[in-house]
Design a protein around this ligand. Sequence first.
Ligand code: CTP
Ligand code: MG
Length: 171
Amino acid sequence: MIETILKAIFIYFPAMASNGAPVFVKRGKPIDLGRVFIDGKRILGDGKTFEGLAVGMIFGTGVGAIYSAALDNPYFVPYAAASSLGALLGDIVGAFIKRRLGIPRGAPAPLLDQLSFFIFANILIKTLSLDTMVGYQIDLAIFVAGAIIVLILHIATNWGAYKLGLKNVPY
Ligand code: CTP
Ligand code: MG
């Protein structure tokens, strides 16, 4: 149990870093270039920027570079790069779905907001067998533990941001 949790934190940390880092982007160039979809709503919205993608790739892959050096395992660099790319793509897919559902940029979409990045990171990792390559096979238990950790972290960080006065609501 505890081993599964620790493995999940370790193996998903690059994806989580990549997903969290773009919040430091204050204003960037929107990936959809401000364009609207056939439904008249923004394709992605102002919350998905090129700068966010760059920062996410740098942070996520940076974690992999640290793993690689600390554990003397070069495969963690492509592992983390794929985790980051998957996480950022998943986040974009999530925003695309939110806009189609008429949910504005920044408004909450429970589960979709938290898990789109996580699921896409897993798809990329598994498709390229990068977990096996780094020697940490992701099984169902680790995947489920990771999903639960992501949900708990989301609730905890929002609550913390509310307590610090960075957010108006604790969710
Ligand atoms: N961000 C970014 N580029 C990305 C992803 C995120 O610049 N590719 C930044 C944006 O400033 C965004 C913030 O990180 O507002 C938080 O990300 P997220 O919660 O995913 O975006 P939301 O603002 O909630 O927008 P959406 O409803 O489209 O998810
Ligand atoms: Mg959001």
